[in-house]
Design a protein around this ligand. Structure first.
Ligand code: NOJ
Length: 665
């Protein structure tokens, strides 16, 4: 290894002496992906290729600091290479064990004159893509500084087809993903997923967003060049930084198939190992909630004649959860503060004072008897200041009553009336909540979050997050609800950023409040979404009365939320997707398959099953005449015996689906 490094340095010094400013390539362990760095006119750049073909052309790097730029007059001082290989186990996730194999190149750069400030760019190349970040070492002329702009570019090698939501223009990332060519984009909130003419699938995002602003992208100059656009503070400043310090990793997944995007774990690998040693208290689970009833206006959040969070109602939900094997019951609107316009007056929320008709002591005692947990709720109305003041007492309060999971919420266009959710201000707040919750052994389901970046590896009590246009849009969205292709797109876009609290599982599509808005799927597709949309805490969305006596409910109650293995047998972004997952705690497999507004027939070869073994396949599929607009409810349940050499044909209705349980015999 030492000899290799020496040789490498000699080659590098030679190339530099010859006036060539480009490094030899850093390649992925399998040799397919290569990264080069170079310097040109005092600026540094990187390039990426797959199998010798450009994926990113010359893409420049650097910063504008408050006092001056940090992208000029820069020279490469040193380049160091290392390699790494490990497997690590996830306490929960889409598979039990994750491979983390990469080659690394650290490029040390320095200003040629003046203050001689320096930073390094560290590249890690995996077989399925790469990540790179800036590292600022301790130094004389750079201590506390303000980043006004990060200049990192992604010069894509073609005007690719892409899927993304715009930055800044959707609230809480709850937008519909647009299918546009790169030249049509205005702003982008990552993940940005692309399909190239050569049949590659790419996705740009970030990993380990810790004390920095979230990355958005802006097209600059030529059509396919995107530049980093960090979410600013209200002052216009982007990041308050200190040296030594590091930025988040900028990530690019490079895949041959859409399904491989979903199976890439490079974002998780670029986060640090768990800081929670004993993770035995972290328990994935499926729960129900006093929730859809509020969105259907059967109940109110605030106390009054229609109050949802009453002791009696909570007990009714707990009975139902216990009877059907749910681990928890979410109750929203139990605490003082909802009577105000809470999106504007979040500072009125108390997180320790229950409404008088909600006896938390009695409810949690009752729940414990029934082996069910209350899932807590902290809606802040965007007032992080009020929340932070109560943070310790709020989590201690829940812990005292045996609550081990809390859904947090930040409904308000700005935090504390001032700062964006995805700014460094927001990032700091969300992290504080995760770390404080961990102290009290509480899992977090973060609604209205900053876009996830894989922090659950480091803080595995960060279970799931919203940051997606979820099922609630089927309750009240003026455009009629989530369109049929929505769930065939989000696994390849928002889903790449981490678990999504989408809350599938609505069984009654009638909407007394907005009759023209409803779930735009068949019922079988609602079942399949339990497998398609990954979330270790997964809420079945509907009111309990809508599940009573429906045989299709069996799929929801038996579908696990923690997986030993995941594969994607077939997918086309925006059209259809089939996912197969193996239960972490048994030999059983679960499959979900969904389509957009087009009905279609898909084949499912069962090669993922153990060869030689027999399985009972219980198939929940679109029944006779099923069609999402006029006849969404028919579900046919069929049982057959299968082996791994069989293929099952799936006939999906318009916006339909199929959900299958494979029980090993
Ligand atoms: C928006 C959340 O997404 C939703 O689930 C919740 O019911 C409301 N805020 C109230 O907190």
């Amino acid at each position: 290894m030492k000899l290799f490094l020496k040789l490498f340095l000699i080659v590098f010094i030679f190339l530099t002496a010859c006036g060539k400013k480009e490094s030899p390539a850093l390649t992925s362990p399998d040799g397919s992906i290569s990264v080069m760095v170079g310097a040109e006119s005092g600026k540094i750049y990187y390039k990426v290729a797959k199998n010798g073909k450009a994926v990113l052309n010359k893409s420049f790097l650097g910063f504008v600091l408050k006092d001056n730029d940090f992208d000029k007059n820069i020279t490469i001082k040193d380049i160091r290479h290392t390699s790494f290989s490990e497997s690590w186990n996830q306490p929960w996730g889409e598979e039990a064990s994750v491979k983390n194999d990469y080659n690394q190149m650290t490029v040390d750069v320095e200003e040629a004159g003046g203050m001689k400030r320096k930073f390094s760019v560290v590249f890690r190349v995996f077989d399925d893509g790469l990540g790179f970040r800036y590292e600022f070492p301790e130094q004389e002329n750079l201590k506390d500084f303000v980043i006004m702009d990060e200049l990192t570019e992604f010069a894509l090698a073609g005007n690719h087809k892409s899927w993304s939501i715009p930055a800044y223009h959707t609230n809480y990332y709850e937008g519909l993903y647009r299918n546009m060519t790169l030249s049509e984009l205005d702003t982008v909130s990552t993940p940005l997923t692309m399909e190239t003419k050569d049949g590659l699938y790419l996705s740009i995002h970030e990993a380990n967003l810790t004390d920095y602003a979230a990355m958005n992208l802006l097209p600059v100059g030529k059509a396919s060049v995107l530049k980093t656009d960090l979410t600013p503070w209200s002052s216009g400043e982007k990041v308050m930084m200190k040296a030594p310090g590091v930025t988040p990793w900028r990530t690019l997944i490079i895949a041959d198939k859409p399904g491989d995007l979903l199976l890439s774990r490079l974002m998780l690998n670029l986060n640090e190992p768990s800081k929670i040693e004993d993770t035995s208290w972290i328990k994935p689970g499926r729960y129900i909630g006093i929730w859809w009833g509020m969105h259907m206006e059967k109940y109110t959040w605030h106390q009054g004649p229609k109050h949802g969070a009453t002791t009696a109602n909570a007990k009714k939900y707990i009975d139902f959860a216990s009877q059907h094997g749910f681990s928890g019951v979410l109750v929203e609107g139990w605490n003082d503060g909802w009577q105000n316009d809470w999106t504007k007056e979040g500072d009125k929320f108390s997180f320790t004072k229950a409404y008088s008709d909600f006896d938390i002591k009695e409810i949690t005692k009752y729940a414990a008897m029934k082996n069910v947990k209350l899932v807590g709720h902290h809606e802040t109305g965007g007032s992080t200041l009020n929340y932070e003041k109560q943070l310790d007492s709020a989590f201690a309060f829940y812990q005292r009553f045996g609550v081990n999971a809390v859904k947090t919420g930040y409904v308000s266009p700005l935090l504390d009336g001032k700062e964006r959710h995805s700014s460094q201000y927001g990032v700091r707040h969300y992290r504080k909540v995760i770390e404080t919750a961990a102290k009290y052994h509480i899992m977090i389901d973060n609604h209205e979050p900053v876009m996830p970046t894989g922090l659950q590896r480091t803080w595995p009590n960060l279970m799931t997050q919203e940051g997606v246009r979820g099922q609630e849009y089927d309750a009240w969205s003026a455009d009629g609800g989530n369109p049929p292709d929505h769930t065939t797109i989000i696994p390849f876009t928002r889903g790449l950023a981490g678990p999504m609290d989408f809350t599938p599982g609505t069984f009654s599509f009638s909407n007394p409040v907005f009759p023209n808005t409803r779930v735009q799927t068949t019922l079988a597709k609602q079942l399949a979404l339990s497998v398609i949309i990954y979330s270790p805490l997964q809420m079945a969305s509907d009111m309990i009365e809508n599940y009573e006596n429906n045989p299709a409910f069996e799929f929801i109650t038996s579908c696990p939320v923690n997986w030993g293995k995941t594969i994607v047998p077939d997918a086309k972004i925006g059209e259809y997707v089939t996912i197969a997952r193996k239960d972490r705690n048994s030999e059983n497999w679960y499959v979900g398959s969904i389509t957009n507004a087009d009905s279609r027939k898909l084949s499912l070869p069962l090669t993922f099953l153990d060869s030689g073994a027999k399985y009972k396949a219980k198939i929940f599929k679109d029944g006779k005449g099923a069609e999402y607009k006029t006849n969404p409810y028919p579900v046919e349940i069929e049982e057959i015996e299968v082996t791994s050499d069989k293929t099952i044909d799936l006939q999906l209705a318009t916006s339909g689906g199929a959900a299958i349980i494979f029980t090993r015999l």
